[in-house]
Design a protein around this ligand. Structure first.
Ligand SMILES: NC(=O)c1ccc[n+]([C@@H]2O[C@H](COP(=O)([O-])OP(=O)(O)OC[C@H]3O[C@@H](n4cnc5c(N)ncnc54)[C@H](OP(=O)(O)O)[C@@H]3O)[C@@H](O)[C@H]2O)c1
Length: 253
């Protein structure tokens, strides 16, 4: 492979449990060995006025599939897992759609103090899961959604969640929150994109073609044309490509 000589031998760096494949930064050049933390943790994330910085973190196949057999795990590798956990380490809050929380079996996070907000219009969320009984999980729901007692809820919107208001009032749940990592899925991403609430997108491209019915990174909602600039492009020895894109003009928002 053309990059073979550029990779150091042995495993890559790791901040979490699983050894990762050696990782190269291709952009900004020149190409050199790097770490996940250098590009997802120790990066500048400005604080937009009135709401936290919002970063979407997703993996997709070469052809844009976001799941195999209904889950994203089959697309990933240890380095991608490291990216997700590093985004969590950088974040004050994780937001996730109800479909993803259920389908991916979201559980209490290993990271002490991390709060995970599950976004739902219907309120049909299994709050008996340890995500909620641990105290880490909370709901983001409209006034109309019936929600069992004992679960913290951020009420935003009458019949449907108002995501702008949710972000603006997130410090009612997590005081001082300045960075939100959004872990999908495609419907939640589309709604955030629609409302122009996405400041960065971290996309892992998994080296496989999948086809099938899964959503794209953002599926549904209104068609928009939002411009982003490439912050970095990384490649690991398993042919996974890691890119981070920042909304054009985001520094000034
Ligand atoms: N590749 C990846 O990185 C990745 C990441 C995440 C998920 N996925 C995959 O994506 C699939 C799930 O897709 P999905 O589109 O169903 O996921 P989703 O966006 O997580 O879930 C959709 C549900 O979330 C709630 N929701 C989403 N946006 C909302 C909004 N703006 N306001 C209020 N509620 C909102 C609604 O729940 P209610 O019906 O309760 O109102 C909606 O039915 C799974 O196969 C999963 O594996 C892949």
């Amino acid at each position: 492979m053309w990059t073979a000589g550029l990779f150091p031998t042995g495993t890559g760096h790791q901040d979490h449990d699983v050894p990762t494949a050696p990782l190269l930064r291709l952009h900004p050049g020149p190409a050199e060995p790097t770490t996940v933390a250098d590009h997802y943790l120790r990066v500048d994330r400005p604080h937009p006025t009135r709401r936290p910085w919002v970063g979407v973190c997703m993996i997709a196949s070469i052809d844009g599939a976001t799941a195999i057999s209904g889950r994203s795990g089959g697309l990933g590798n240890a380095t991608d897992r490291e990216v997700l956990l590093t985004m969590r380490a950088a974040a004050d809050v994780v937001l996730v759609g109800a479909g993803t929380a259920a389908g991916e079996g979201y559980r209490a996070p290993g990271q002490l103090g991390l709060r995970i907000g599950v976004v739902t219009n219907s309120g049909r969320v299994d709050t008996t899961r340890d995500l909620f009984t641990s105290g880490a999980g909370f709901l983001v729901a409209p006034d109309s959604a019936p929600v069992p007692g004992g679960v913290e809820v951020l009420r935003v919107g009458a019949q449907r969640v108002d995501l702008g208001e949710a972000l603006a009032r997130l410090d009612e749940i997590v005081p001082g929150a300045v960075f939100v990592s959004v872990e999908g899925g495609p419907q939640l991403n589309a709604a955030l994109l629609d409302a122009d609430l996405v400041d960065e997108v971290s996309v892992t491209t998994s080296p496989r073609l999948v086809g099938g019915p899964s959503g794209r990174l953002a599926t549904g909602g209104t068609e928009v044309d939002r411009r982003f600039e490439l912050a970095h492009l990384l490649l690991d020895a398993e042919h996974f490509v890691f890119s981070r894109w920042v909304r054009s003009g985001a520094q000034a928002r």
